[in-house]
Design a binder for this molecule. Structure first.
Ligand code: NAP
Length: 273
């Protein structure tokens, strides 16, 4: 299939959103609810999910809460099963659950950082996609991956995170080709810096949550509302890729011609401290 038909409306479309308890996932859930979608909200913290579900209901969308750890394949199956029980089908899967890090590779003491980040960002996407796919096929559905500009190029102090987002990109690009002609589209969305609490949950050198990331506080960040709008717009268009910042867009071309220049920009933007 060459190109796909955008959604006329998201009214009554059923969407699973992982990592919906806060940040970008919660905002996408609220904005999908604004458009009349029925949303299944997944993350580990039930209480936070309940509060996002209530916000979705107040905006006119139906919602169901399914506490899920996406690193647990059985839990991902339960997420899909409970969504089917509640809404009788799945149109859209938003693989958004994610975590980051802040540590130079040569200073990492506990390599479990790599396991944890890979499990959440990459394997969580694989598990949820695998369980939802039979249902997505029934409805010419859409698989969305919330990746990152670090899924396009390596950046200092985010080696495991960047690797997990490259893995996610490669996985989603591969199944897009497999699913061609089967009605299911795949969107990979790569935000730049977004103003959420992701940095306070970042893992540090010792594998524990850092609790802060002062070097990120004065960055020019996109608001979570703007990020949510762009994600929902990409969903409506069923667009294959959305790279959110101008630097990110230009960087993809620049990497072909002057990769060292892209490395220098990545060092300047992220720093290696
Ligand atoms: N913020 C940015 O600057 C930025 C930039 C580019 C890409 N992104 C990507 O956008 C996505 C959302 O990030 P965010 O900024 O909104 O982060 P956030 O505010 O920290 O939210 C992360 C979400 O993921 C969930 N989560 C974490 N581990 C999980 C697990 N094992 N199972 C299920 N859910 C889990 C969290 O809920 P629980 O803790 O309740 O499980 C939370 O809902 C991530 O994939 C991130 O990589 C963010």
């Amino acid at each position: 299939m060459l190109g796909s038909t955008p959604y006329d409306s998201l009214e009554d479309r059923v969407a699973i959103i992982t990592g919906a308890s806060r940040g970008i996932g919660a905002e996408v859930a609220r904005q999908l609810a604004d458009q009349g979608a029925r949303v299944a909200l997944a993350a580990r913290s039930r209480e936070d999910l309940e509060s996002v579900a209530e916000q979705c209901r107040q905006r006119g969308g139906e919602s169901v809460v399914v506490p899920t750890d996406v690193t647990d394949e059985t839990a991902c199956q339960a997420l899909v099963d409970e969504t089917i029980d509640a809404f009788d089908g799945i149109d859209i899967l938003v693989n958004n659950a994610g975590m980051t890090m802040h540590a130079r590779f040569d200073e990492i003491e506990d390599l479990s950082i790599f396991d944890h980040i890979m499990q959440v960002n990459y394997l969580g996407t694989v598990y949820c996609t695998h369980k939802a796919l039979p249902h997505l096929k029934e409805r010419d559905g859409l698989i969305v991956g919330i990746s990152s500009l670090t899924g396009k190029t390596g950046v200092p102090t985010r080696s495991a995170y960047s690797a997990s987002k490259h893995a996610m990109q490669g996985f989603l690009d591969s199944i897009r080709v497999e699913l061609d002609e089967q009605g299911v589209d795949v969107s990979v969305i790569s935000p730049g810096f977004v103003d959420t609490n992701i940095r306070s949950h970042a893992l540090g050198e010792d594998g524990a949550t850092r609790g802060d990331a002062p070097e990120d506080t004065d960055r020019n960040m996109m608001s979570v509302e703007e990020c949510g709008r762009r994600i929902v717009r990409t969903i409506r268009k069923r667009k294959r890729e959305e790279v959110m910042t101008l630097t990110g867009k230009l960087g993809q071309w620049a990497k072909l011609l002057a990769p060292s220049w892209v490395d220098a920009i990545s060092k300047k933007k992220i720093g290696d401290d």
